[in-house]
Each structure stands twice: as structure tokens, then as C-alpha cells.
Design a protein around this ligand. Structure first.
Ligand code: NAP
Length: 344
């Protein structure tokens, strides 16, 4: 098998090794496409606490065909096309995963699109539907609406019948509106708080989902009574202070001192809710598989619309990471084993 090994911080190598064998309830997938997530970029830089120590293989999701199962797994799965969560090791042409993390891939869903669904749609579903309880007619503020989770959030908000406001770089606005975002704010040139209050006629929003981390307190102040805010990332940490170690440290200290502190008494007085999500920490939650099935069914129903921006081959993995880090992507970036596997 071939895998992309993170041999040390910031250094990938494509390596060959013997095929792994599935045991117990495991299945083996011959991978057609692997999803890249922002967590992989943090992992590459050594900034992701959940990452195993190097050398390791990162990657949280794949699509492909099951070619072998462990003795306790369902043998009828052999030959089936699936989409699956993988806790690390997804950047490979062969992966071992638990049977319960797989969902059968419908024929009309391509392998590349399938690999782009699990992490971002489950994240958005947890934040908006499960934890955020967004309802028809309510207003959601989606921070980083042009990211892959942001696009999934737009699909889910639209499906629910909510009004969506999203922040993103200006060049993404036209595309995001075509996808169904009701109002776009350019956080680089506009005052986000002021625009949100204008758009909501000074009422505020019902739900905010925020993976950026540079304005958590300001966003919290935009909630109306009964409003909730969900935190699920701190992208701002990825480029703190550039490459200079001193300014990086200074940036980190500044970040930690800027963290909001909420007391239960204060929350009561303002009728607000605060929650967080780390999907990787609920890997063995038995609801995950049912939720992934809901997302795949949502694709059949037409409201889950994976958007793959660009596909790279395994040996272009660093280019793929830089494409995301340089903020060029709108939506998902996918890896396939060889250049010949890149769809035209
Ligand atoms: N907690 C969880 O379970 C969970 C699960 C999935 C993702 N996440 C988090 O959600 C966030 C977004 O993930 P994603 O997959 O949607 O990411 P993505 O598609 O890679 O988003 C990239 C976009 O993020 C924006 N961005 C804002 N700050 C950035 C920065 N410092 N560096 C690079 N890009 C930045 C840029 O858009 P603009 O140019 O429009 O600003 C960029 O194009 C990440 O922080 C990720 O770790 C968390």
C-alpha cells in the first residue's frame, strides 16, 4: 500500500509498505479519495494536540471500496463502495476502519464528492441541528462561510429554512450567494458587528458558529435573547505571528488573554447559551454513523451538496495544504492516489 507519512513537522513523504489486515469488526478500504481538513494543516505544523507523534499518517475521511473484512464484520460488505470516517491514517490508498464508521456510497455520488462529506457535514450538522437547535425562520451567523464547513452550514441552514448571514473574503461572496447564503459580509473590509445588527434590525442572531477565534467576545454580543454560540476551531492560531518564534509566542499569549470568560450567572441574565464541538472527541459516539447516513441520504434528497474545489494527487500533498493555507479554496480539497485519478 501507499501512504503519505508525516515524517516530522512540516515534512510529508509518500511511502510504500505492506497492506494492513483487518481484525475483529474492522474493514479494509481500497481508497479512491481522501478528504483534507483544516485539522490536518494544524497537525502538519505540530499545532494539533490530538495528532499522534511523528512519523504518523493523518486524515479523517475516505471513500473507496471494501476489499476485506475482519472475522466479526459483515462479510457481505466486501466489494461495496463506501464512505467512511477514519481517525487518522486517511491519507493512504488502503485504510483499516471500523465497520460502524462506514456508510454505503450511492452510485450517483462520486468517490471524490463522497470523501468531502463526512467531517464537514457532520460538524455543521452537530453545530446547527443537534447542539444549536436552529429552526425555520431563525437567523444564523456563519463565520468562515467560504470554508468547507461553512458551505455545509449554508446547505443545512437552507434545508432548515433559516436566514443565513456569512463572513468570508469578498471574492467568495458571489459564489456563496449562489449557494444560498442570504447575506455575505467581508470581514476584511466591513465592521461585522455593525453589519449584523443592521441586517437583523438591532435584534441580533439566534445562532453563531465560529471556527476563527479572533472575535469570540464580539460575536457573543451579537446574540439575541435565547441565542446560542458554538465554538469549533481557532483558525487564527495557524498563522499567528508569521514564522518568527517571538511574535508567535507573543500572539499566543495575546490569544489566551483575549479568551472570554462567562459565568453561569451572567449567562442567565442575558438568556444566552455557549457550547463547543470537537468532532474527533466523539469518534465512538454511536450517533455518528446514523448522522453520516442522514448526510448521504441528504445528498440523495438534494440538500447536501458537496462542493469540491480542487483535487490533488498524493505526491502533491504539500501543494494541497498550501492551497488551503493561502486561502485559495472555496469548499473542499481532496487527495487521490495518483495524478491519473484526478477527475477532468
Ligand atoms: N471542532 C471540530 O470538530 C471541527 C471540525 C471541522 C473543522 N473545524 C475547524 O473549522 C475551521 C474551518 O474548517 P474548514 O474545513 O471549513 O476549513 P477550510 O475549508 O480549509 O477553510 C479555509 C478558509 O478559512 C478562512 N480562514 C480564516 N482564518 C484563516 C487562517 N488563519 N488561515 C487560513 N484560512 C483561514 C479562509 O477563508 P476567507 O478567505 O474567506 O477568510 C480560508 O479560505 C478550522 O478552524 C477547523 O479546524 C473544526
Amino acid at each position: 500500500m501507499i501512504e503519505i507519512v508525516l515524517v516530522s513537522d512540516n515534512k510529508f513523504e509518500v511511502q510504500t509498505r505492506e497492506d494492513p489486515e483487518p481484525v475483529a469488526n474492522q474493514v479494509r478500504i481500497r481508497v479512491k479519495a481522501s478528504g483534507i481538513n483544516f485539522a490536518d494543516i494544524m497537525a502538519r505544523k505540530g499545532m494539533y494536540p490530538d495528532r499522534p507523534s511523528t512519523p504518523c499518517v493523518v486524515g479523517y475521511e475516505v471513500s473507496g471500496t471494501i476489499d476485506k473484512v475482519g472475522p466479526d464484520a459483515d462479510s457481505s460488505l466486501v466489494g461495496k463502495d463506501v464512505v467512511s470516517l477514519t481517525k487518522f491514517k486517511g491519507y493512504a490508498d488502503t485504510v483499516i476502519t471500523e465497520q460502524h464508521h462506514c456508510v454505503i456510497k450511492p452510485k450517483n455520488l462520486s468517490f471524490v464528492d463522497a470523501a468531502s462529506i463526512p467531517v464537514v457535514f457532520l460538524t455543521a450538522w452537530m453545530l446547527i441541528y443537534v447542539q444549536g437547535g436552529l429552526r425555520q425562520g431563525q437567523t444564523i451567523l456563519i463565520q468562515n462561510a467560504g470554508g468547507a464547513v461553512g458551505l455545509a452550514a449554508i446547505d443545512i441552514a437552507k434545508h432548515i429554512g433559516a436566514i443565513s448571514i456569512g463572513t468570508a473574503s469578498g471574492r467568495k461572496h458571489e459564489f456563496l450567494k449562489k449557494r444560498g447564503l442570504n447575506y455575505a459580509i467581508d470581514y476584511r473590509t466591513e465592521d461585522v458587528s455593525k453589519r449584523v445588527m443592521e441586517l437583523t434590525k438591532n435584534v441580533g442572531v439566534d445562532l453563531i458558529i465560529d471556527p476563527v477565534g479572533d472575535s469570540w467576545q464580539q460575536n457573543y454580543n451579537l446574540l439575541r435573547h435565547g441565542g446560542r454560540i458554538g465554538f469549533f476551531g481557532a483558525s487564527t492560531l495557524s498563522d499567528l505571528g508569521g514564522s518568527n518564534i517571538i511574535s508567535k509566542l507573543f500572539g499566543l499569549v495575546k490569544f489566551f488573554f483575549s479568551l472570554p470568560r462567562w459565568s453561569p450567572l451572567a449567562l442567565m441574565d442575558v438568556n444566552r447559551g455557549v457550547f463547543g464541538l470537537n468532532l474527533a472527541r466523539m469518534w465512538n459516539d454511536d450517533r455518528l454513523n446514523a448522522m453520516l447516513q442522514t448526510m448521504v441520504d441528504g445528498h440523495k434528497e438534494g440538500w447536501v451538496r458537496p462542493h469540491v474545489d480542487k483535487v490533488f494527487a498524493f505526491d502533491q500533498v504539500m501543494d494541497a495544504h498550501m492551497y488551503i493555507e493561502n486561502r485559495q479554496n472555496i469548499g473542499k480539497v481532496i487527495l487521490v492516489p495518483t495524478k491519473n485519478d484526478i477527475p477532468h
